[in-house]
Design a protein around this ligand. Sequence first.
Ligand code: ADP
Ligand code: MG
Length: 234
Amino acid sequence: MDKYVVEIENLRKVYRVGDEKVVALDNVSLKIRSGEICCILGTSGSGKSTLLHLIAGLEKPTRGSIKINGNRIDTMNERQLALFRQRFIGFVFQSYNLLPTLTALENVCLPLTFRGVKKSIREREAARMLEAVGLKTHMKHLPTQMSGGQQQRVGIARAFVCKPALLLADEPTGNLDSKTTREIKELILKLARANRQTLIIVSHDSDVAGIADRVVHILDGSIEKIEDNFVSEG
Ligand code: ADP
Ligand code: MG
Protein backbone atom coordinates (compact mmCIF):
# COMPACT_ATOMS: atom_id res chain seq x y z
CA MET A 1 0.00 0.00 0.00
CA ASP A 2 1.24 3.50 -0.79
CA LYS A 3 2.17 5.80 2.02
CA TYR A 4 1.12 9.37 1.33
CA VAL A 5 3.09 12.29 2.69
CA VAL A 6 0.57 14.85 1.43
CA GLU A 7 -3.21 14.32 1.30
CA ILE A 8 -5.25 17.29 0.17
CA GLU A 9 -9.00 17.25 -0.18
CA ASN A 10 -11.28 19.83 -1.73
CA LEU A 11 -8.98 22.70 -1.01
CA ARG A 12 -10.20 26.23 -1.55
CA LYS A 13 -8.39 29.49 -0.82
CA VAL A 14 -10.03 32.86 -1.21
CA TYR A 15 -8.14 36.11 -0.65
CA ARG A 16 -10.06 39.27 0.13
CA VAL A 17 -8.49 42.62 -0.68
CA GLY A 18 -10.90 45.44 0.10
CA ASP A 19 -14.17 44.51 -1.60
CA GLU A 20 -12.42 42.26 -4.11
CA LYS A 21 -12.42 38.51 -3.73
CA VAL A 22 -9.76 36.39 -5.46
CA VAL A 23 -10.32 32.65 -5.64
CA ALA A 24 -6.66 31.54 -5.68
CA LEU A 25 -7.42 27.80 -5.38
CA ASP A 26 -10.62 25.87 -5.84
CA ASN A 27 -11.56 22.23 -5.59
CA VAL A 28 -7.97 20.96 -5.38
CA SER A 29 -7.53 17.34 -4.30
CA LEU A 30 -4.11 15.72 -4.48
CA LYS A 31 -2.16 12.90 -2.88
CA ILE A 32 1.62 12.73 -2.98
CA ARG A 33 3.50 9.53 -2.19
CA SER A 34 6.49 9.22 0.08
CA GLY A 35 9.68 9.77 -1.94
CA GLU A 36 7.83 11.23 -4.90
CA ILE A 37 9.22 14.10 -6.97
CA CYS A 38 6.21 16.17 -7.94
CA CYS A 39 6.33 19.19 -10.22
CA ILE A 40 3.60 21.83 -10.03
CA LEU A 41 3.35 23.55 -13.38
CA GLY A 42 1.28 26.57 -14.31
CA THR A 43 1.42 30.14 -15.56
CA SER A 44 1.91 33.15 -13.30
CA GLY A 45 -1.10 33.75 -11.05
CA SER A 46 -2.46 30.21 -11.41
CA GLY A 47 -2.17 29.51 -7.65
CA LYS A 48 1.12 27.57 -7.40
CA SER A 49 2.62 29.57 -4.54
CA THR A 50 -0.69 29.58 -2.69
CA LEU A 51 -0.79 25.79 -2.87
CA LEU A 52 2.79 25.48 -1.59
CA HIS A 53 2.15 27.94 1.28
CA LEU A 54 -0.92 25.95 2.34
CA ILE A 55 1.05 22.67 2.28
CA ALA A 56 3.80 24.33 4.37
CA GLY A 57 1.22 25.55 6.89
CA LEU A 58 2.19 29.16 6.18
CA GLU A 59 -1.44 29.98 5.38
CA LYS A 60 -4.84 28.54 6.24
CA PRO A 61 -7.25 27.23 3.64
CA THR A 62 -10.70 28.79 3.32
CA ARG A 63 -12.12 25.29 2.98
CA GLY A 64 -10.82 21.73 2.65
CA SER A 65 -8.33 19.58 4.53
CA ILE A 66 -4.56 19.08 4.39
CA LYS A 67 -2.80 16.11 5.95
CA ILE A 68 0.99 15.90 6.10
CA ASN A 69 2.41 12.56 7.26
CA GLY A 70 -1.09 11.72 8.49
CA ASN A 71 -1.50 14.89 10.58
CA ARG A 72 -4.23 17.43 9.83
CA ILE A 73 -2.44 20.79 9.64
CA ASP A 74 -5.42 22.96 8.65
CA THR A 75 -6.79 22.68 12.21
CA MET A 76 -3.50 23.39 14.01
CA ASN A 77 -2.84 26.60 15.93
CA GLU A 78 0.21 28.79 15.25
CA ARG A 79 2.38 27.13 17.87
CA GLN A 80 1.58 23.65 16.57
CA LEU A 81 2.22 24.84 13.02
CA ALA A 82 5.62 26.26 13.92
CA LEU A 83 6.64 22.92 15.42
CA PHE A 84 5.19 21.05 12.46
CA ARG A 85 7.24 23.15 10.01
CA GLN A 86 10.41 22.61 12.04
CA ARG A 87 9.91 18.85 12.06
CA PHE A 88 8.65 18.13 8.56
CA ILE A 89 9.24 20.96 6.10
CA GLY A 90 12.18 22.40 4.17
CA PHE A 91 11.41 25.39 1.96
CA VAL A 92 13.50 26.77 -0.94
CA PHE A 93 12.45 30.27 -2.03
CA GLN A 94 12.79 31.93 -5.41
CA SER A 95 14.51 34.93 -3.81
CA TYR A 96 16.67 32.75 -1.48
CA ASN A 97 15.47 34.56 1.71
CA LEU A 98 18.85 34.39 3.42
CA LEU A 99 19.45 36.59 6.46
CA PRO A 100 21.76 39.32 5.10
CA THR A 101 23.84 39.81 8.26
CA LEU A 102 24.60 36.10 8.69
CA THR A 103 27.32 34.11 6.91
CA ALA A 104 26.52 31.11 4.74
CA LEU A 105 27.36 28.82 7.66
CA GLU A 106 25.21 30.80 10.12
CA ASN A 107 22.26 30.80 7.71
CA VAL A 108 22.44 27.03 7.35
CA CYS A 109 22.79 26.63 11.15
CA LEU A 110 19.50 28.46 11.81
CA PRO A 111 17.02 25.58 11.42
CA LEU A 112 19.24 23.47 13.68
CA THR A 113 19.27 26.27 16.28
CA PHE A 114 15.44 26.30 16.26
CA ARG A 115 15.52 22.57 16.88
CA GLY A 116 17.76 23.04 19.90
CA VAL A 117 20.80 21.31 18.41
CA LYS A 118 23.95 22.33 20.29
CA LYS A 119 26.46 24.65 18.64
CA SER A 120 29.32 22.26 17.88
CA ILE A 121 26.97 19.75 16.26
CA ARG A 122 25.03 22.30 14.25
CA GLU A 123 28.22 23.84 12.89
CA ARG A 124 29.46 20.43 11.88
CA GLU A 125 26.15 19.53 10.19
CA ALA A 126 25.87 22.90 8.43
CA ALA A 127 29.46 22.68 7.17
CA ARG A 128 28.83 19.17 5.87
CA MET A 129 25.70 20.37 4.07
CA LEU A 130 27.49 23.37 2.55
CA GLU A 131 30.18 21.04 1.29
CA ALA A 132 27.50 18.83 -0.28
CA VAL A 133 26.16 21.81 -2.25
CA GLY A 134 29.65 22.79 -3.42
CA LEU A 135 30.32 25.73 -1.11
CA LYS A 136 33.17 24.42 1.01
CA THR A 137 35.18 27.57 0.30
CA HIS A 138 32.32 30.01 0.99
CA MET A 139 31.27 29.17 4.56
CA LYS A 140 32.20 32.63 5.91
CA HIS A 141 30.73 34.59 3.00
CA LEU A 142 27.79 36.93 3.51
CA PRO A 143 24.89 36.72 1.03
CA THR A 144 26.03 39.97 -0.66
CA GLN A 145 29.44 38.38 -1.28
CA MET A 146 27.91 35.52 -3.28
CA SER A 147 26.34 35.13 -6.73
CA GLY A 148 22.65 34.30 -7.10
CA GLY A 149 23.46 30.66 -7.78
CA GLN A 150 25.68 30.47 -4.70
CA GLN A 151 23.02 32.12 -2.54
CA GLN A 152 20.50 29.57 -3.73
CA ARG A 153 22.95 26.77 -2.87
CA VAL A 154 22.97 28.17 0.67
CA GLY A 155 19.15 28.24 0.57
CA ILE A 156 19.16 24.59 -0.49
CA ALA A 157 21.63 23.62 2.24
CA ARG A 158 19.40 25.37 4.80
CA ALA A 159 16.30 23.55 3.52
CA PHE A 160 17.97 20.12 3.60
CA VAL A 161 20.10 20.39 6.74
CA CYS A 162 17.42 19.01 9.09
CA LYS A 163 16.60 16.19 6.64
CA PRO A 164 12.91 17.10 6.43
CA ALA A 165 10.48 14.52 5.05
CA LEU A 166 8.97 17.10 2.72
CA LEU A 167 10.82 19.67 0.63
CA LEU A 168 8.98 22.50 -1.04
CA ALA A 169 10.69 24.61 -3.70
CA ASP A 170 8.87 27.62 -5.15
CA GLU A 171 10.40 28.48 -8.54
CA PRO A 172 13.87 28.01 -7.03
CA THR A 173 15.60 29.01 -10.27
CA GLY A 174 13.31 31.89 -11.23
CA ASN A 175 16.06 34.48 -10.77
CA LEU A 176 18.96 32.52 -12.29
CA ASP A 177 20.56 32.22 -15.73
CA SER A 178 19.97 29.08 -17.77
CA LYS A 179 23.25 27.29 -16.96
CA THR A 180 22.88 27.95 -13.22
CA THR A 181 19.22 26.96 -13.45
CA ARG A 182 20.20 23.54 -14.74
CA GLU A 183 22.82 23.05 -12.02
CA ILE A 184 20.50 24.13 -9.21
CA LYS A 185 17.62 21.94 -10.39
CA GLU A 186 19.95 18.94 -10.68
CA LEU A 187 21.30 19.61 -7.19
CA ILE A 188 17.83 19.76 -5.60
CA LEU A 189 16.73 16.59 -7.37
CA LYS A 190 19.95 14.76 -6.50
CA LEU A 191 19.70 15.58 -2.80
CA ALA A 192 16.01 14.68 -2.61
CA ARG A 193 16.54 11.37 -4.42
CA ALA A 194 19.63 10.46 -2.38
CA ASN A 195 17.69 10.72 0.89
CA ARG A 196 14.36 9.49 -0.52
CA GLN A 197 12.75 12.74 0.48
CA THR A 198 9.49 13.91 -1.00
CA LEU A 199 9.91 16.98 -3.19
CA ILE A 200 7.32 19.37 -4.55
CA ILE A 201 8.91 21.77 -6.99
CA VAL A 202 7.00 24.64 -8.56
CA SER A 203 7.92 25.81 -12.01
CA HIS A 204 6.45 27.93 -14.79
CA ASP A 205 8.45 26.16 -17.50
CA SER A 206 8.32 22.52 -18.41
CA ASP A 207 11.99 21.52 -18.08
CA VAL A 208 11.63 20.04 -14.57
CA ALA A 209 8.57 18.23 -15.76
CA GLY A 210 10.58 15.61 -17.69
CA ILE A 211 12.48 14.45 -14.62
CA ALA A 212 9.61 14.55 -12.12
CA ASP A 213 7.62 11.44 -11.18
CA ARG A 214 4.40 13.37 -11.66
CA VAL A 215 3.49 16.73 -13.12
CA VAL A 216 0.45 18.53 -11.76
CA HIS A 217 -0.80 21.19 -14.17
CA ILE A 218 -2.61 24.07 -12.47
CA LEU A 219 -4.88 26.43 -14.37
CA ASP A 220 -6.81 29.30 -12.72
CA GLY A 221 -6.56 27.73 -9.26
CA SER A 222 -7.65 24.22 -10.22
CA ILE A 223 -5.89 21.05 -11.30
CA GLU A 224 -6.17 20.84 -15.06
CA LYS A 225 -4.46 17.46 -15.46
CA ILE A 226 -1.88 15.19 -13.84
CA GLU A 227 0.83 13.49 -15.89
CA ASP A 228 2.21 10.32 -14.38
CA ASN A 229 5.82 9.46 -15.25
CA PHE A 230 6.07 6.61 -12.73
CA VAL A 231 7.40 3.53 -14.44
CA SER A 232 4.93 0.78 -13.61
CA GLU A 233 6.53 -2.39 -12.31
CA GLY A 234 5.51 -5.77 -13.67
P1 ADP B 1 1.47 31.76 -8.80
O1 ADP B 1 2.41 31.38 -7.73
O2 ADP B 1 1.00 30.60 -9.63
O3 ADP B 1 2.00 32.86 -9.66
P2 ADP B 1 -0.16 32.78 -6.61
O4 ADP B 1 -0.51 31.59 -5.81
O5 ADP B 1 0.91 33.65 -6.11
O6 ADP B 1 0.12 32.34 -8.13
O7 ADP B 1 -1.46 33.69 -6.79
C1 ADP B 1 -2.73 33.15 -7.18
C2 ADP B 1 -3.76 34.29 -7.13
O8 ADP B 1 -3.96 34.68 -5.76
C3 ADP B 1 -3.34 35.54 -7.86
O9 ADP B 1 -4.49 36.10 -8.48
C4 ADP B 1 -2.81 36.43 -6.78
O10 ADP B 1 -2.97 37.79 -7.11
C5 ADP B 1 -3.67 36.06 -5.59
N1 ADP B 1 -2.95 36.21 -4.31
C6 ADP B 1 -1.87 35.51 -3.91
N2 ADP B 1 -1.47 35.87 -2.68
C7 ADP B 1 -2.34 36.84 -2.29
C8 ADP B 1 -2.47 37.62 -1.09
N3 ADP B 1 -1.64 37.47 -0.05
N4 ADP B 1 -3.48 38.52 -1.03
C9 ADP B 1 -4.34 38.65 -2.06
N5 ADP B 1 -4.28 37.96 -3.20
C10 ADP B 1 -3.29 37.05 -3.32
MG1 MG C 1 4.36 31.99 -7.33
